[in-house]
Design a protein around this ligand. Structure first.
Ligand code: C2E
Ligand code: CA
Ligand code: CA
Length: 634
């Protein structure tokens, strides 16, 4: 038999949820049906008593057995009705959960109603009313329980058959009664069938809704990739913890963990391998924080809640896990901890502090774990200040452009050939802040465009002033954050500024860091094509600081390659530094790119760069960034 036909006959196995839905529907119906039965039977009993006493008053013969004979069924049904009503109300309130007993009670009640219908139909009513009395009770029963098709067919056949046989005993039913009974039998079955299918489809709809809700709930609380709890779950857990922190008596730590160099791992091995690593890490962390909470907060950042005493031990285990996962020495875990107390009840602030403690380890190469202390409070305060005042900073001139000279190196002259514009934040409260104090924060809050637009405009304004004064001008390179390309139309803004200040576009160079080129590549390609069309020179900043360097060279066309200052740092002590720099310069030449080496601090370094044919150089040896455009010192 086809599945659909079996389903139509109710022969497929009902799911637990369908059964529970039907049980609930039946118990709800039982409240109404039993209430009607109670009202009906009370009415019957009252009429019987009235007719008993009226009969007595009229001197008719009315003994107690007469009363019992006539009234016992009413009483039985009344008692049953009251029992079912009480039970179904208690069930609706969740006070009873015994489904078997509930089903049994409804069945017993149904059988009692039908038996009553048959008995009274046959004994107490005139011929024409017999069928009506019986059918009334049958309808009660079918309204009381949602019958499956087969049981309903069997049940209705038996009851109609029994009734038919009983009324045939006194006198054979007329043709009309036969037809009526047959039609009613079929109709009862069809009504039961329709009600069953309707309820079943309702239950399926409800089930699907429940499933969708559960799925949504899961998605909302779990990380899609690793399947461990996500940021929202973590935040609410911290919220609950903070609410009851005074009564807890146990000290808790919020841990914030960050896998260093994960992004480079992603770039080297591809996103799939990166995802796999994150999943393995997430599951490993779940084992380490087995009875605690661990969540994936974002990207390669994980958070956990544990007791203060075990925090360092857990972090140590997590570090060992990261080391063992892929055997990659570049990957390692750093963590920060913050112990919330009742004074700091804001969830966001509490987690932020753990993260700030984690970030602090980046500034301290010897530390892998840092516990938040009051010294960091100042940083938090400063971060909030930065975010709250970026607009004022941009409009009130707190943002200053410092210029660092870039010199010619290929001819060994060390002559000025450009400047790099570097931002400084001259704060009325905190004084002059270097970029590390605000760039990261502004990026995090997606406000970096405000700073960069302000710098671009000032650079254009300064160039205009020099042009007006008839001074010789050299190009200025501008730093862009990856987010700039998402937050505004960079080529359009540069065009707007060059037009506004009437500055030739070849006086502006666009520095894009290597790490900006890992996401939304096709979009960036388009933006870069548009910049190239606008005659802006494109520079690849910090070349060699990531691991994707060679891919970047393959996929993007740059005019200038800025070699990261890390390469020079080891020179001349590190034997490898020289040959590496030399091969980078050679490679760039093959690709028709101009080379610029950053971080030149000594004459020896400059001479070496000249010897290997590096085109330009920049560094403290020639001049530090300054509010004035100064000429190179050497
Ligand atoms: P960057 O683009 O790599 O800039 C070079 C950084 O190295 C500058 O630091 C500069 O002062 C420093 N530097 C230059 N020569 C030497 C040297 O010989 N030795 C050493 N040890 N350091 C040297 P600064 O100004 O602190 O800028 C840091 C970073 O902040 C910049 O790195 C850049 O990524 C970012 N940044 C600066 N200004 C802006 C800006 O206007 N917008 C954006 N989005 N980022 C900016
Ligand atoms: Ca730069
Ligand atoms: Ca750089």
């Amino acid at each position: 038999m086809g599945k659909r036909i079996r389903a139509w006959w109710g022969l497929t196995k009902q799911s637990v949820s369908t059964r529970s839905f039907l049980d609930h529907a039946n118990m709800r119906a039982a409240v109404y049906v039993s209430a009607i039965v109670i009202a009906l039977e009370s009415w019957m009993i009252l009429s019987l008593l009235r007719s008993y006493f009226e009969g007595l008053a009229a001197g008719k013969h009315r003994d107690l057995p007469w009363l019992v004979n006539h009234g016992s069924w009413y009483v039985v049904l009344l008692v049953f009705g009251v029992a079912v009503l009480i039970h179904s109300l208690r069930y609706a309130r969740g006070l009873v959960r015994n489904r078997r007993f509930s089903r049994g009670l409804l069945w017993a009640f149904s059988i009692a109603c039908i038996a009553f219908g048959i008995y009274y139909g046959c004994n107490s009513y005139a011929k024409g009313e017999q069928v009506l009395a019986f059918v009334t009770m049958t309808l009660f029963v079918f309204g009381l329980i949602t019958w499956r098709p087969i049981p309903s067919l069997v049940f209705s056949t038996i009851t109609f058959g029994a009734f038919y046989l009983l009324i045939s005993q006194s006198a054979p039913p007329t043709y009309g009664t036969q037809v009526n009974l047959f039609t009613l039998w079929i109709s009862t079955f069809v009504v039961a069938l329709a009600s069953y299918h309707q309820k079943e489809s309702e239950s399926q709809k409800e089930q699907r809704l429940k499933e969708i809700n559960e799925r949504l709930q899961y998605i909302a609380t779990h990380d899609e990739l690793t399947k461990i709890p996500n940021m929202h779950t973590f935040r609410s857990a911290v919220g609950v913890l903070l609410e009851g922190i005074d009564e807890l008596g146990t000290r808790f730590s919020i841990l914030y963990m960050d896998v260093e160099n994960f992004k480079s791992y992603n770039e080297r091995h591809g996103f799939l391998a990166g995802d796999e690593l994150l999943c393995d890490l997430a599951h490993g962390l779940q084992d380490i924080f087995a009875n605690e909470l661990v969540a994936r907060f974002s990207d390669d950042h994980f958070t956990a809640l544990c007791e203060v005493d075990v925090a360092e031990e857990r972090v140590e285990a997590a570090r060992a896990l990261v080391r063992s996962l892929r055997g990659d020495v570049r990957l390692h875990l750093k963590a920060g901890a913050f112990e919330p107390t009742s004074e700091n009840t804001d969830v966001g602030v509490a987690i932020d502090k753990a993260r700030i403690a984690c970030n602090e380890t980046k500034r301290r190469p010897d530390r892998f774990f840092y516990v938040y202390d009051t010294a960091l409070d100042l940083q938090v305060e400063r971060r909030h200040h930065i975010i709250n005042s970026i607009k004022t900073a941009a409009s009130d001139g707190w943002i200053k452009v410092y210029y660092q000279p870039v010199v010619r190196c290929s001819d060994g002259s060390g002559e000025l050939c450009g400047y790099e514009a570097l931002a400084r934040w001259d704060d009325p409260t905190y004084g002059l802040l270097p970029p590390f104090a605000f760039i990261e924060t502004l990026e995090e809050y997606r406000e970096i465009d405000k700073l960069d637009r302000c710098i671009i405009e000032q650079v254009c304004r300064d160039l205009r002033a020099e042009l007006d004064a008839g001074k010789p001008v050299v190009p200025v390179s501008l730093n862009f954050s990856r987010l700039d390309f998402e937050l505004y139309d960079v080529p359009a803004f540069l065009r707007e500024m060059t037009q506004k200040y009437d500055v030739p576009s070849n006086l502006l160079d666009v520095e894009i860091t290597e790490s900006a080129l890992t996401e939304q590549l096709s979009e960036l390609q388009k933006t870069m094509a548009s910049l190239r069309e606008g005659q802006f020179s494109l520079w690849l900043d910090d070349f060699g600081s990531g691991y994707s360097s060679l891919n970047v060279l393959k996929d993007f066309r740059f005019n200038v390659l800025k070699i990261d200052m890390a390469f020079l740092r080891g020179f001349p002590q590190n034997e490898k530094a020289g040959p590496i720099l030399e091969s980078i310069v050679m490679l760039a030449k093959e690709l028709n790119m101009v080379t610029l080496c950053e971080g030149v601090e000594t004459k020896e370094q400059f001479d070496f760069l000249h010897a290997i044919g590096c085109d330009r150089a920049q560094g403290y040896y020639f001049g530090k960034p300054d509010a004035q455009k100064k000429n190179p010192i050497h």
